[in-house]
Design a protein around this ligand. Structure first.
Ligand code: ADP
Length: 702
């Protein structure tokens, strides 16, 4: 019984089903009452026929509703049956409001109110009104013509009062059921909202932890890089360390973007514009991609228009991210052939220009039908491709790229041929800060370059670049052509690959010719040998201009005594100062220790709050760096305990918190907790020096 009730009237059943079933219970009840009243009033057989047919048809519709779940349609059919068929027949058989006819009216009205919706409800009310008014008019006519009252004897009680009572009970029951249903529904909605809030919070915590987990090792890498840069190292190593640091910065900015992106509801990224150097931005990007391609069979070429203005005004971090996203995809989805980066200026108007970029690859390509959804969130089309080509990815890169570009007023498009390759093209409008161009070679007219390489695409790109830089150039295929070109005496430089140099020509003769040999090498080729002139592939206007500038400098400096010494950046140096680093991650601790050591600090380290406290009891410090997230006693507790120490110095010693938590408000929370300042991980030497300069008494700074 309980199961039956639960199925037909339970909380989990749809509202229209419950109301339909309640209606049917009352219709059945009234049929029983109608039959009883027919007997009592002694109505003739036709009444029983009509009532019987009505009952059978109602039972049929109830069965249909239970089978198909189409309660609205079944209720509407019952409305039509009762109001349009049964009621008029019964009415005209007797011509009065007899035999539960009132019930037919009201039940139709109640079914319309509680079960039907939309057009069915309006139609049922319309039918109800027509028949109700029609019967009133007819009753009036009947009374006037027959001189008989509409009701005889007890008929009013049997035919009017009982149906009215049934209808009232029915409507109250339906109202209670509906109210209960709406209450449950709003409780469920509240539960769902709560669940969604919980999930949102869980996502935030996850992102915060991920951010921390990624930033902490990054801290170690960047800080170790800072240490290396502050030492006397060769130009080559310095360049590589710069690339490592730039790659780390790019990773951190991508991480920040992901955090910002996952938080922004409308997927609009904030653009922060400032002046930047397009040359170093493109140089960095080319280096990152070359390093990624190390050891692969894919060739990387770059054609950069040397006349694009170097100093631009825009959001360099975002623009870099756009380049990296598109080029990274080209690397991910290309296993052989080449990737070509082409950057040109497509429009220049007053102080504005549009930078047009094409990234061409010979990778897996994209099916035509996939292209329209490619820039949607989490869109990935590689999944249904060849197993061996399955590549890691989130499907977010292109949608982030598109958001960035539309935030800057730019756009992106793609043309692709499945299994052949793709070309992603984008436009970035930028303001020009200074018209000075990207790559200018002052003495271009005096130069001439012979290019010797087996790679035809590389030769074409290089010749285009040299021509755009107004440098005379020619390509040669073999030693015969090379000798002839050298003999012309028009060329000052020979750009040649190690393979061509070793393989196809008369080396001693070449060495003695009056021409500078420049080796075209890959980024992973062994370190520069003494005196070797070289260019790293992909050769483009930036490294060509840099090469000729260095050459000119060298020529000049060979005349100046003492030139060529390494210029060391100005550093903060302290004297007789003691610092403590409290950090439970050994790598980060060592990095911070070495940075402080480099500044001349006497450094003590503690891998926990408790160790730090026992140290602070026996010696004093001029500055303390405390990691925020430590196992056991955390940063804030450690700070509190240090401040509670009896020694006077401990009450005022500057305490700087080290944290990877870059969330909004994090700084304020930590400052409110009592820290003097905040140093975001990964620790940057310049920022650490800034803190030392800011908080150390002047007499301790040298
Ligand atoms: P992800 O690479 O992380 O999956 P993206 O949004 O960057 O996400 O790219 C979306 C999809 O577009 C990729 O999954 C891939 O199927 C397709 N795609 C993007 N770039 C290329 C490309 N250069 N060659 C072939 N397919 C690409």
């Amino acid at each position: 019984m309980q199961g039956f009730l639960n199925k037909w009237f339970g909380d989990d059943s749809p509202r229209e089903m419950i109301n339909f079933n309640i209606g049917m219970v009352f219709i059945s009840l009234s049929y029983v009452a109608a039959l009883a009243s027919g007997l009592y009033l002694g109505l003739d057989r036709s009444f029983y026929y009509i009532t019987g047919i009505g009952m059978i048809l109602v039972a049929f519709f109830v069965g249909y509703a239970a089978q198909s779940g189409r309660y609205q349609l079944a209720a509407f059919c019952i409305v039509l049956l009762l109001d349009v068929i049964i009621y008029p027949i019964a009415y005209f058989l007797d011509g009065r409001l007899l035999s539960f006819m009132l019930f037919y009216f009201f039940v139709v009205f109640l079914l319309g109110t509680f079960v039907l919706e939309g057009r069915m409800r309006i139609t049922s009310f319309f039918i109800f009104l027509i028949f109700w008014m029609g019967s009133l008019v007819n009753m009036h006519y009947y009374i006037a013509s027959a001189g008989r009252p509409p009701f005889d004897g007890l008929a009013p009680i049997v035919d009017v009062v009982i149906p009215l009572i049934i209808c009232i009970v029915y409507s109250v029951t339906s109202m209670i059921a509906s109210a209960r249903y709406y209450r449950l529904e709003s409780e469920n909605a509240e539960k769902e909202r709560h669940k969604a809030d919980e999930m949102e919070r869980a996502k935030d915590i996850f992102l915060m932890n991920m951010s921390h987990e990624i930033r902490t090792p990054m801290n170690a890498i960047m800080s170790a890089g800072e240490i290396m840069l502050s030492r006397d190292i060769s130009e080559d190593t310095r360049r590589n360390v710069h690339h490592i640091m730039n790659a780390c910065k790019a990773l951190i900015s991508t991480l920040d973007d992901l955090l910002a992106f996952s938080k922004s509801e409308d997927r609009v990224l904030v653009i922060q514009e400032s002046e930047y150097d397009l040359g170093s931005l493109i140089d960095d990007i080319i280096n990152i991609i070359s390093v990624r391609l190390m050891g692969s069979d894919v060739k990387f070429y770059a054609y950069i228009d040397p006349y694009i203005p170097r100093r631009l005004f825009g959001d360099a971090v975002r623009i870099r991210q756009v380049f990296i996203n598109i080029l990274n995809n080209a690397v991910k989805y290309t296993k052989e052939g080449h990737i070509l980066l082409r950057v040109v200026m497509s429009e220049v108007k007053a102080d504005r220009m549009v930078m047009h970029v094409d990234v061409e690859d010979t990778g897996i390509g994209i099916k035509e039908e996939m292209i329209p959804t490619l820039f949607d969130d989490f869109a990935r089309v590689a999944d249904d491709m060849n197993e061996s080509l399955k590549v890691e990815g989130s499907g977010l890169g292109l949608s982030i790229t598109k958001s960035i570009l539309s935030s800057c007023g730019g756009d992106i498009s793609v043309t692709s041929e499945y299994n052949k390759g793709s070309v992603f093209s984008f436009d970035i409008p930028q303001r020009i800060s200074d018209v000075g161009s990207l790559a200018k070679v002052g003495r271009a007219k005096e130069l001439g370059v012979i290019v010797c390489d087996d790679d035809e695409k590389m030769i074409a790109v290089l010749l285009d670049t040299l021509k755009a830089m107004r440098i005379k150039c020619i390509s040669v295929k073999d030693s015969v052509e090379m000798d002839a070109a050298i003999a012309e005496g028009l060329y000052t430089h020979l750009f040649i690959t190690p393979e061509c140099l070793m393989g196809s020509c008369d080396l001693p003769a070449l060495m003695s010719a009056n021409i500078t040999i420049v080796m075209m090498k890959n980024v992973d080729d062994p370190e520069e040998e003494m005196g070797e002139a070289r260019l790293i592939k992909p050769i483009n206007c930036l490294n060509i201009a840099q090469f000729f500038e260095n050459e000119e400098q060298k020529e000049k400096s060979s005349l100046t005594p003492g030139a060529g010494e390494m210029i060391k950046p100005e550093r903060v140096i302290v004297s007789k100062a003691r610092a403590m680093v409290i950090e439970d991650n050994i790598t980060n601790m060592m990095v911070a220790e070495r940075l402080l050591d480099g500044m001349g600090f006497d450094v003590s380290t503690a891998n926990s709050g408790l160790t730090a406290l026992s140290l602070a009891k026996v010696m004093s410090f001029d500055i303390i760096f405390i990691d925020y997230m430590m196992a056991g006693m955390n940063g804030i507790d450690t700070l509190r305990e240090i401040r509670r120490l009896k020694n006077e110095w401990a009450k005022n010693v500057p305490c700087i918190v080290l944290t990877a938590d870059t969330h909004e408000g994090a700084k304020q929370t930590l400052i409110n907790a009592g820290f003097d300042d905040y140093l975001a991980k990964p620790i940057n030497l310049a920022e650490m020096e800034y803190m030392v300069k800011k908080y150390l008494p002047e007499e301790k700074l040298v």
